[in-house]
Design a protein around this ligand. Structure first.
Ligand code: ASC
Length: 151
């Protein structure tokens, strides 16, 4: 019998789907994944913000390197907000799933501001980095205020 899709087509489809939607065996795996992604993003963005604000010494190369990693990381966590992951070891509010389009728009806004910060960081101007990092922080905070249960 002739197969509907040759295996190379299926492999190609799976490969292109992967970055946008990592696969998880259990809901708690998705929760762990998105938290880990946020943690790594925050570590690298936090270093850029701390340098921009003068809390640690400014180093243009370190700012650019950390902004690059934070920008990559900004793309990952949202694949973990799949159905069935509103409960468990998470501070995600159920509103996320009721307003998924709005939530995704907030994620996109953060990703855009992070990409701008990344571009600016390559230029090495502390003032420009500070301004761009401020916009990233606002985007992070906007979503956390709306969609994250307080500690
Ligand atoms: C960070 C971090 C956030 C945001 C937020 C900005 O470094 O971990 O969640 O910035 O605090 O207000």
């Amino acid at each position: 019998m002739k197969r509907l899709f040759p295996s190379f087509v299926l492999a190609a489809l799976a490969a292109t789907a992967l970055p946008a939607a990592a696969q998880f065996a259990k809901p708690e795996d998705a929760i762990r994944y998105r938290k880990a992604g946020m943690t790594v993003m925050a570590a690298h963005f936090g270093r850029v913000a701390a340098m921009a604000n003068g809390r640690i010494p400014f180093d243009a190369k370190a700012a650019a390197d950390n902004a690059e990693i934070a920008t990559f990381m900004s793309k990952l966590p949202f694949a973990g907000f799949i159905d069935g992951t509103d409960k468990g070891d998470t501070r995600a509010k159920p509103e996320i799933w009721a307003e998924m389009d709005k939530f995704r728009a907030g994620a996109s806004k953060m990703q855009e501001e992070m990409a701008k910060l990344n571009a600016v960081a390559k230029g090495g101007s502390q003032d420009a980095i500070k301004a761009a990092a401020g916009e990233v922080g606002k985007a992070c905070k906007g979503c956390h205020d709306q969609y994250q249960k307080p500690l």
